[in-house]
Design a protein around this ligand. Structure first.
Ligand code: ADP
Length: 324
């Protein structure tokens, strides 16, 4: 599909260049012929002809015209060849980002459909098995429904993630900015993750200093919740999370330090990619997730003119630093 588009674009570029080149050639040819005729006329009407300037023979004029046409045709052919090659190269350059974007989009759709298909298949299978059973009692029905509800919750979480991803990653959404204090942002985020932290008996230590920056409050809280949620998810029972906020030289920062499973060096460059999940199969607990949280967090940081940096040591923990 892109090869065809590239050829079309090349032809389009060529048509424009050749149109200009042929128009110029015609102007040059017209000018040269007028000049030749003028010289010939001047010579013919000069009486008596100057002895040192004999009249120009018509066959010489004809030959000169032929030479001009040949030279112009040759120049146009060279322009056609050079601009054809350059046009093909430029068309490739123009179409490359679009082609990459489409590939990326295709991968995203396929990953998202795959993630949605898993819970859907599970729900379908459970319902089919239940329908085939002749003696389905109330207890079994309730079990089936609660299992289905669990899968539906997973799908709901995934669709919410996808919508957020669309909102924060496409770069299309402009956020409304105001002066916000990162200390308040983190306090609000901690309130939202108190329950899962308590459930794992994880202590959150706050070392918060005022840091007022220009940003979008709602999205920054969401960013802090994602990083705190991960810190809890990837830490075992009873561990500690240290959260800091403060002022850098030109920016404000939020830091989330956990002493959980950590991230392997080879996974670090990929963790912000959509649907990327580092292999945690060696850790004792299976951690639920879709690999979308950090790409949303990264999108939020960028929309707030900020960045996220991560340092991690497997087995010792990770530190995520957000600068706004
Ligand atoms: P999810 O947590 O749903 O898998 P994320 O995009 O939030 O998706 O994270 C991507 C991957 O980065 C995770 O699968 C995990 O392997 C790794 N990761 C993120 N945060 C942490 C953390 N605090 N500690 C260890 N690994 C982490």
């Amino acid at each position: 599909m892109f090869h065809k588009a590239r050829i079309k674009l090349t032809v389009f570029y060529l048509a424009i260049i050749m149109l200009i080149s042929i128009s110029f050639s015609m102007v040059i040819y017209g000018g040269s012929i007028t000049e030749l005729n003028r010289i010939e006329q001047t010579q013919r009407f000069r009486r008596p002809p100057a002895p040192f300037l004999p009249g120009i023979e018509p066959d010489i004029i004809q030959e000169t015209k032929g030479r001009i046409v040949f030279a112009l045709a040759l120049i146009n052919l060279i322009i056609l060849g050079v601009s054809g090659t350059a046009g093909y190269f430029l068309a490739g350059k123009t179409l490359n980002p679009i082609s990459e974007m489409l590939e990326d989009q295709k991968k995203f759709v396929s990953d998202a459909s795959h993630e949605l298909r898993t819970p859907l298949t599970s729900i379908k299978t459970e319902i089919e098995v239940a329908l085939r059973s002749k003696e389905l009692d109330l207890k079994e029905t309730k079990n089936l429904l609660s299992s289905n509800l669990e899968e539906v919750n997973k799908m709901q979480k995934l669709t919410n993630y996808l919508l957020e991803l669309n909102k924060f990653q496409s770069g299309s959404g402009k956020l409304s900015f105001s002066r916000v204090n990162l200390k308040d942002i983190v306090e609000k985020a901690i309130k939202q993750i108190e329950k899962p932290a308590e459930a794992k008996n994880i202590k959150i230590t706050k070392k918060l200093q005022n840091a007022t920056v220009n940003g979008n409050e709602e999205s920054l809280i969401q960013l802090a919740v994602i990083l705190l949620d991960n810190a809890i998810k990837y830490s075992s029972q009873g561990k500690e999370i240290i959260v800091k906020t403060g002022k850098g030289t030109t920016t404000g920062f939020m830091e989330f330090k956990d002493s959980g499973v950590g991230i392997k060096k080879e996974d670090l460059p990929h963790i912000f990619e959509r649907f990327y999940r580092a292999d945690t199969s060696r850790s004792k607990e299976r951690v639920d997730g879709y690999g979308l949280g950090l790409s949303i967090a990264d999108g939020i940081a960028k929309l707030n003119n900020g960045s996220i940096k991560v340092e991690s040591k497997p087995g010792h923990g990770s530190t995520f630093t957000v600068r706004i």
